[in-house]
Ligand binder design. Sequence first.
Ligand code: ACO
Length: 448
Amino acid sequence: PTNVGILAMDIYFPSTCVTQEALEGHDGVSKGKYTVGLGQDCMSFCTEVEDVISMSLTVVTSLLEKYNIDPMQIGRLEVGSETVIDKSKSIKTFLMQVFEESGNTDIEGVDSTNACYGGTAALFNCVNWVESCSWDGRYGLVVCTDSAVYAEGPARPTGGAAAIAMLVGPHAPIYFESKLRGSHMSHAYDFYKPNLASEYPVVDGKLSQTCYLMALDSCYSLFCEKFERLEGRPFSISDSDYFVFHSPYNKLVQKSFGRLYFNDFLRNPSFVDEVARETLAPYTSLSSDESYQSRDLEKANQQVAKHVYDVKVQPSTLIPKQVGNMYTASLYAAFASLLHYKNSSLVGNRVVMFSYGSGLTATMFSFRFQEIQHPFNLSNIVTVMNVSEKLKQRLELPPEKFVETLKIMEHRYGAKDFVTGKNCSYLPPGTFYLTKVDSMYRRYYSKK
Ligand code: ACO
């Protein structure tokens, strides 16, 4: 099979949200800290009737319906998530309800977990399956689903929630350049979830930023090396039309692109413009450790890269700024934003993707775009995802309601024997929701 990649996509995020501006006021932090300092506009969150299982049921049924895919045509289903509801039973098995109804129980794949990287691992598994001898000609389906919630404190505004489904197969409008992959994996305690009684992570915020940027440098260097070996000439930022990053909050994306620009400058000063060369010259003598600590360098990078950022990165920032960190879905929601803005003008373009999961695992890889017939053409994918409408139809709740919801969820986490609130009038038609958890911890869902 050739040009294996993403044939179709859909995205779901809870319609309940809180604005970052209101949250700044509520938390009593200085004005602009979340909106300018972190670069975030709004944050979606699950109320007590939604979770990673309901969101993935919603997005999977929606994708099958909107692209008119027969459930029998799915041969592999992989889920990426770091939101643990059950330590043994995979989220994938909950999704089997959708396929069993049609008589399809012959579907390989389970869940992949490592912080925000699980979605990428799931996607690679599906792509590798389609490219392998065990492929049976059917589609792969990847689901990234997460609800990101933090304990009270500076990390809380970097939450979010969403689920994304991606159909994988050959002759895709969005296909992998399989030979171009650079990974960096190592042992770190930057963000982890050792407390099994709580949904909240333990997070060393500053360390997680540094780990992210170190992994980015390492992956970029490998990516460039592989490109050069393949193409016989060096890679630089000018060789890709767009760059899409895992987006915990927008400021880190700005810093990351600045960092790639600095890498290009160090690799060959002629890769950057005259002004950038002058601005960055004082930093060439920094050791790599020093370079991660220098706030002056960070600011200089962002400033000299800004005009390129506006063209090559900005179009992918919409959903992450509006919905927040969606963990495994974050990178693909950023990618969905790019599709939303650029649509079929992407045909022939290249996009470089950077996936990061704390702990840590990271890969840089690339996609190319081609024209394909309906329903798998780029403009149909954009129509199906309907991002503007979904953002517009959200229900903005006051911060007090957000905090109250998190309190309820703290009690509900790992609990049994309860029914959820009856009021889910705000859920759009087609949305799955949790109705009860019985005395055996069995979870029941309905469809609105
Ligand atoms: N106006 C404008 N900017 C402001 C204001 C203000 N009033 N107040 C602060 N800022 C800026 C700061 O200067 C800083 O910007 P800079 O980094 O460009 O200098 C930014 O706001 C953040 O403020 P800090 O005080 O540096 O950080 P804070 O203690 O608020 O924590 C952090 C931020 C570390 C990101 C925290 O939210 C966190 O731990 N989040 C979770 C971890 C995370 O997402 N890590 C990313 C990779 S791992 C993953 O994906 C989970």
